[in-house]
Design a binder for this molecule. Structure first.
Ligand code: HEC
Ligand SMILES: [Cu+2]
Length: 470
């Protein structure tokens, strides 16, 4: 072998307390590599092995894996420390005769773990683990798939039309945020799903493959990335959200004042500047409405989905909440209650009509005139606002008895007696509804507060109206 002259002799240390193991190996390798190109050194104990590692500096250490006197952890730490190129060959004759070679410079933590535990595991293919360009290829493919999937899912979201019509300037502002969230949601969904599905398909183990995957602990770069990116995203969104909130609360110069009253289970809209009260929310288009919301009983929540904005409505004079809406689309909508508030919560809807400024003014003047009409007409209005959620005018029985033909009729009471309905009975039933109970109807359901809520004149108007219902 002419190579022997050029190449320095290879230093091989054999660590085993069993002289036969050492001699046998020396013979086999000596024959294979040529006795003149290899220097052998034998170490029969742990101390000896470590000392030779230091003083002699071998390039290859062959360890008898079945020799339990060789303290693995101590040996391993010696092997890992230092940067001189060195290889260790673990030879186990006992189990299967398998041989594992570890290279100090490419030893992965996973391999080190293996080494300390189970003998004679086939080594992970270092080429596979090292191949950065191979990993890069997978990342590029998966990354592209994530982008494509994000785009498709976002398109699907927008095509389906998850949001109702936009009918206010506030809705336009809020929807930019909503849409951004849809894209982020599509992205996060894709990020997780694509990587899971891609890994399951591409890295699927082949039949008969028993080998475990590489074991990783900690990756600082990755941890920094997945902390910083969400943090920045969330901070960005909170800033954007705050800006959005400020924008939807922007005050217009001369808003239309509307007092909104929620009660079990209907809405009432008062226009204090005109002395008008209505069960339909009329709003002129392109003019900001300043809603002052309050409740007569429990907590309700004012919500017109097409306007997007929503506000809890609380009982109490000092808890009046404000909400600004600028309708920008003529049409019919519906206000609903978005806070579970009792039995008929689901039916607590009232119509909303966005009309032109001219139509709004016509409606207003009609209302103002109506209030000035005869007592029964006024009474009908107060009744629609306060009573007809429980009392019908057409003979049907709702929560309370119908008013159809009530006046002058004979009413049977819970206590068995009968009364003739006259002004006095009506007045008493309104002011103190629990005193005389109409047979078959529940007590304590009709509010006993109308004496405070309504003026004497309004109550007289209602009585005048009930007289006309037949
Ligand atoms: C929450 C439901 C509810 C509301 C709102 C309500 N009532 Fe009643 N009302 C009842 C019930 C239930 C009865 C039957 C029990 C009783 O006699 O108290 C009743 C009974 C009456 C009676 C006696 C009628 C009869 O046939 O004996 C009158 C009059 C009356 N209500 C007037 C009014 C007026 C006026 C208003 C509005 C200012 C009003 N109610 C609002 C539930 C309601
Ligand atoms: Cu409600």
């Amino acid at each position: 072998m002419s190579d022997a002259e050029i190449e320095p002799r290879k230093k091989v240390l054999i660590a085993s307390a069993n002289p036969l193991f050492a001699k046998g190996l020396q013979k086999v390798y000596g024959e294979k590599w040529g006795a003149e190109s290899v220097d052998f050194n034998l170490a029969g104990s742990m101390e000896e092995t470590l000392a030779r590692l230091e003083s002699w500096q071998p390039e290859l250490v062959i360890v008898d894996y079945d020799d339990r006197t060789i303290h693995r952890e101590a040996f391993l730490s010696h092997f890992i420390a230092g940067d001189r190129p060195m290889q260790v060959m673990l030879v186990s004759l006992q189990a299967s005769g398998e041989v594992v070679v570890y290279d100090r410079r490419t030893l992965t933590p996973a391999q080190a773990e293996d080494w300390m535990g189970v003998p004679a595991r086939p080594a992970h293919n270092p080429a596979k683990l090292k191949s950065r360009s191979g990993n890069m290829k997978h990342f590029l493919i998966a990354g592209t798939l994530v982008i494509v999937s994000t785009a498709l899912i976002s398109l699907l979201f927008f095509a389906v039309g998850l949001l109702p019509d936009q009918a206010s300037t506030q809705a336009v502002t809020i929807d930019t945020l909503f849409n951004a969230h849809f894209v982020i949601i599509a992205f996060l969904f894709s990020l997780i799903t694509v990587f899971v599905v891609y890994s399951a398909v591409v890295f699927r183990s082949k039949p008969g493959e028993k080998q475990e995957g590489a074991y990783f602990t900690g990756n600082t770069r990755l941890e920094v990335i997945w902390t910083v990116i969400p943090l920045v995203t969330v901070l960005g969104f909170s800033y954007w959200g705050a800006q959005n909130l400020a924008e939807i609360r922007e005050e217009a110069a001369q808003p239309l004042n509307v007092r909104v009253v929620g009660y079990q289970w209907a809405w009432l809209f008062e226009y204090p500047d005109y002395g008008v009260t209505s069960t339909t929310l009329y709003l002129p288009v392109n003019k900001q409405a300043l809603l002052s919301l309050t409740s007569r009983d429990v907590i309700h929540s004012f919500w017109v989905p097409e306007f997007r904005v929503k506000q809890d409505v609380l009982p109490g004079e000092n808890l009046v909440k404000q909400l600004r809406v600028t309708p920008n689309k003529v049409g019919n909508y519906e206000v609903m209650c978005a806070e579970l508030c009792g039995g008929a919560h689901a039916y607590m809807n009232s119509p909303v009509q966005v009309v032109s400024q001219a139509e709004f003014e016509t409606w207003l003047s009609e209302q103002v005139n109506a209030v000035e009409a005869d007592p029964a007409a006024r009474g009908q209005k107060w009744a629609e606002i306060n009573c007809t959620s429980c009392h019908t005018l057409d003979g049907a029985s709702l929560v309370g008895p119908t008013w159809k033909g009530l006046y002058g009729s004979q009413v049977e009471l819970e206590d068995g007696s009968t009364v003739t309905v006259d002004d006095a009975y009506l007045l008493e039933s309104i002011l103190d509804p629990n005193k005389l109970i109409h047979k078959g109807y529940p007590p304590n359901v009709m509010p006993a507060t109308y004496g405070d809520l309504l003026t004497d004149e309004q109550i007289q108007d209602i009585i005048a109206f009930i007289q006309t219902v037949d």
